[in-house]
Design a protein around this ligand. Structure first.
Ligand code: BGC
Length: 737
């Protein structure tokens, strides 16, 4: 529609209609299946406001969206179409690896293609806005939502944010794909003690340096929407934070799209203790610049009156409504309210072979090889193996936040290995989860995600069968991990070990003296300290997605060389959390506890170091790094630095290697981390090939944020480091004068 026409429409709308555009309700309000997860209270919204609602949450499918659109448009006085928005976080139907796995690919280009595919599927199925990318920097593995994030590092998350937005919005100007909604703004990943919905309190310098950049990267890449988070930040619930939404997002970052609350977060301003009642919450949120109210009654029941009574400026509602209408117009909904969605198209796009293939490739690059003693991997096609564990035949490999994915279409590990003609037999050994109390405590959520708990006698029999099978072979592939209900939203945990029953299975097999290849499924880093020395290989599979079994089989058989590297630190003990590579030095760094003794920054009962550092991941075969160098040591501020290193693939397989560049500013006006990732490259190497890898650094790469959120550069000495992970690095000192 021409902008002039849109203005005409806008000028003709009543206040109630305008407020209606700011309401988002779930499918149950529209006679559709409701799969939204969050509190399910009766919202008490009048039928009139329901009929004026502007957008719908988590209803997808060409048939259902068309049906709802037809009814809704008839009810709207100006026949304004609805916008459909859904949680397409790492795939719509063809599910990609969970985002912590996507982060571990270190391959934004491939991730971009994955999101382009997700956008195509969702587009054909009638969805308009995807609630992704989720790029909260997450440093605490206790937080269940680390599953949804690319990881602990601002640069990795920023590159992924850009890739994900560009993928979704690739053909947006042709009215195709998805509008991206980046979330959760801001710093949700820093919730205290990893506890869901908890508080965030941090310096402005830390906020900008470590948490804000991924959201900005998404905005710079053109994301059409921004979603607030469920936490408060430095004392203010983000849905009511004018500084965040107006000053930073709108004024500083020049965001022109639509803002949306998280699920019920406008009403939750009251529970935070920042508003007295719904009316107060509505006023505070709209004044802060929060535009769409997702699944709370606040705007629907309060905004009209607040404007009519002159308490809220009508311009705020106008601006918000205008942004929503503009997005609907950009989506092309006024010309085609179904936006091309049709059942035939949906059938063709959804789960097409090319999409499954790309999902498999992403999973192959996401999988991280953490240990491979005596090259127990790859598997030997002449040997007979036992595949044991509750994840051996499991098809629930897509994780909690693939809410629209279909588990029956997933390739299990057992199916993947069969496709490779590996000689093996299977035994379950034990359940994934045997904690009935935990399952019961999850309320209605458990109904959507039933957990099978075997009886005591079945469990005993499962274990016996597994042991009998293990005795027949030399090597056991042990498939363990966490149940999907244990991570994702509302999945915070204090115990990051494998479940006790699974550890028992592992110990029983270990007692037989068999070689063990441990394959771990799950949404977060685990504490593997107590199993590390009992197994010969460890393969971190994350939730590998629809093609998980095939991807794993390719890696295990050596048809694909593993290249994934951790985008989040694996702790030695959960008591170290949050543990991350980019920590500060402290005044008493624990360089050598033997020498320095007690009074240094350390634990007396555990190392300060993690079990596996950020950036770590093995291949079949080793890489050698040599000759880190720059042309000189001193540079003037406007000069660029070329830093090079020679890398050789010593192995007998071709391989990708992610080369990582870190920096450290040893003296600064605000103390800086011991290391900060400033660039990385994923490079392909032929067998025994040597390549010289070059990075270009300038003074901009060495800036940091001050406590006003401004980037500053302080000349002086800097350390640059290159290596295969954040621990094993070569150093080069340079000076910017
Ligand atoms: C989550 C969001 C999600 C929304 C809609 C909330 O509970 O925090 O990430 O997009 O629900 O389902």
């Amino acid at each position: 529609m021409e902008e002039e026409k849109l203005h005409e429409l806008f000028n003709d709308m009543s206040l109630k209609e305008k407020v209606g555009q700011l309401i988002q309700l779930s499918g149950d309000f529209f006679d559709a299946q409701n799969i939204s997860f969050g509190p399910h209270d009766d919202l008490g919204i009048s039928q009139e406001m329901i009929d004026l609602t502007g957008s719908v949450l988590n209803v997808t499918g060409a048939k259902d969206t068309k049906h709802i659109q037809d009814i809704a448009m008839k009810k709207q006085p100006h026949h304004i179409p609805l916008m459909f928005m859904a949680d397409i976080i790492y795939g719509y139907k063809t599910i990609l690896p969970s985002p912590l796995g996507l982060g571990s690919t270190w391959n934004p280009e491939l991730v971009k293609k994955g999101f382009e595919n997700a956008g195509k599927e969702a587009y054909a199925s009638g969805n308009h806005v995807a609630f992704a990318p989720m790029v909260d920097v997450a440093k605490d593995a206790r937080w269940g939502r680390v599953l949804e994030s690319p990881g602990e590092d601002s640069l990795v998350n920023s590159r992924m944010a850009k890739a994900m937005v560009e993928g979704f919005q690739k053909d947006f100007d042709k009215k195709k794909g998805q509008a991206a909604c980046v979330k959760h703004y801001a710093a949700y990943g820093a919730v205290e003690s990893g506890k869901e919905y908890n508080t965030v309190d941090m310096s402005i310098s830390n906020l900008f340096q470590n948490y804000m950049m991924p959201y900005k990267a998404a905005v710079d890449a053109g994301a059409k929407m921004v979603m607030s988070s469920l936490n408060s930040l430095n004392g203010i619930p983000t849905s009511a934070d004018k500084w965040l939404i107006k000053d930073i997002l709108r004024d500083k970052w020049k965001f022109k799209g639509v803002t949306i609350s998280d699920y019920a977060s406008i009403q939750e301003i009251i529970d935070h203790g920042y508003a007295r009642n719904n009316s107060d919450a509505a006023k505070k949120a709209i004044e802060a610049g929060e535009e769409i109210d997702m699944k709370s009654p606040v705007y629907a029941t309060e905004l009209v009156k607040l404007v009519e009574d002159g308490i809220v400026d009508s311009k705020l509602v106008d601006d918000a409504c205008w942004h929503v209408l503009k997005l609907k117009n950009e989506l092309g909904l006024f010309e085609d309210p179904y936006r091309g969605a049709a059942i035939q198209k949906e059938l063709k796009e959804v789960m097409s072979p090319e999409k499954r293939e790309l999902s498999r490739k992403l999973a192959e690059e996401a999988i991280v090889l953490l240990k491979n003693k005596n090259s127990v991997l790859p598997l030997n096609k002449k040997e007979k193996y036992a595949l044991i564990g509750p994840f051996a035949k499991e098809k629930s490999l897509i994780g909690m936040w693939a809410v629209l994915g279909e588990e029956d279409k997933v390739v299990s590990l057992d199916e993947g290995l069969k496709n490779k003609n590996i000689n093996f037999e299977v035994a379950k050994g034990t359940d994934i989860l045997r904690d009935k109390k935990l399952v019961d405590s999850m309320g209605f959520f458990s109904k959507f995600n039933p957990v099978h708990i075997s009886s005591e006698s079945e469990e005993k029999e499962n274990l016996e069968k597994a042991i009998t099978l293990a005795k027949k072979v030399n090597t056991v592939i042990l498939a363990l991990g966490e149940h999907k209900i244990e991570s994702g939203e509302g999945g915070s945990k204090t115990n990051l070990h494998l479940a006790r029953n699974q550890l028992n299975l592992l110990n029983e097999i270990h007692k037989l003296g068999k070689k063990i290849i441990l394959v771990i499924f799950g949404g977060r880093p685990f504490v593997l300290t107590d199993v590390e020395d009992k197994v010969d290989a460890i393969v971190e599979a994350w939730y590998p997605g629809t093609e998980g079994g095939n991807a794993l089989a390719n890696i295990l058989c050596g048809d694909v060389n593993p290249s994934g590297k951790l985008s989040m630190t694996f702790p030695y003990s959960e008591a170290q959390e949050p543990i991350y590579y980019s920590h500060l030095s402290t005044g008493r760094p624990s360089k050598n506890p033997q020498k320095d003794g007690r009074f240094v920054s350390r634990y007396i009962d555990a190392p300060g170091e993690p079990l596996y550092p950020f950036g770590f991941g093995l291949h079949y075969g080793e890489f050698e790094y040599k000759n880190i160098r720059t042309e000189k040591q001193e540079y003037s501020i406007d000069e660029k630095i070329s830093i090079k290193v020679d890398i050789t693939n010593k192995g007998d397989m071709e391989s990708f290697e992610t080369v990582q560049l870190y920096m450290n500013d040893p003296v600064a006006s605000i103390v800086q981390p011991v290391k900060r990732l400033i660039d990385f490259k994923k490079v392909h190497f032929k067998i025994h090939e040597t390549k010289t890898i070059e990075f270009i650094v300038n003074s901009k790469s060495l800036e940091y944020f001050d406590n006003f959120g401004q980037e500053i550069f302080e000349p002086g000495v800097f350390n640059l480091y290159i290596g295969p992970n954040s621990r094993d690095l070569m150093k080069q000192e340079i000076i910017y004068k």
